[in-house]
Design a protein around this ligand. Structure first.
Ligand code: DGP
Length: 112
């Protein structure tokens, strides 16, 4: 069954898309936890970090590079955080790998 993020990729549900290429999509989070909160996802359905295989090395690197480019284009020159929640203890709610870009405020450490 397609994840809600696959429905965003397929334009079955709307999203505020800020970047797209053949391999990935970036869109604004619907419940932002920071002034800028964008999700970068691979178009290929990968459930989580724990499901990665060797063949995913390129797409994961690509998503991180896109996250850095999107952060730059969003003007996050003061810094930002990229987060991947993995599994239930990691706080992952949507079973489609995604990289959170959070910025526009001071981040705290450790995260909750
Ligand atoms: P996580 O807890 O790491 O699985 O984060 C999932 C994020 O996805 C959460 O911050 C809210 C966001 N989200 C969930 N459903 C939608 C949606 O339909 N549209 C958008 N833009 N974001 C969504």
């Amino acid at each position: 069954m397609p994840s809600i993020f696959t429905k965003i990729i397929d334009r079955e549900i709307p999203a505020d898309i800020v970047y797209e290429d053949d391999e990935c999509l970036a869109f604004r989070d619907i419940t932002p936890k920071a002034p800028t909160h964008i999700l970068v996802i691979p178009k290929r359905e990968i459930v989580s970090l724990a499901d990665l295989t060797d063949e995913d090395e390129k797409i994961v690197g690509h998503c991180i590079l896109v996250a850095a480019k999107v952060a730059h284009s969003e003007g996050l020159a003061a810094g930002y955080r990229v987060v991947v929640n993995c599994g239930s203890d990691g706080g992952q709610e949507v079973p489609h790998l995604h990289f959170h870009i959070l910025g526009g405020r001071q981040m705290t450490w450790p995260p909750g």
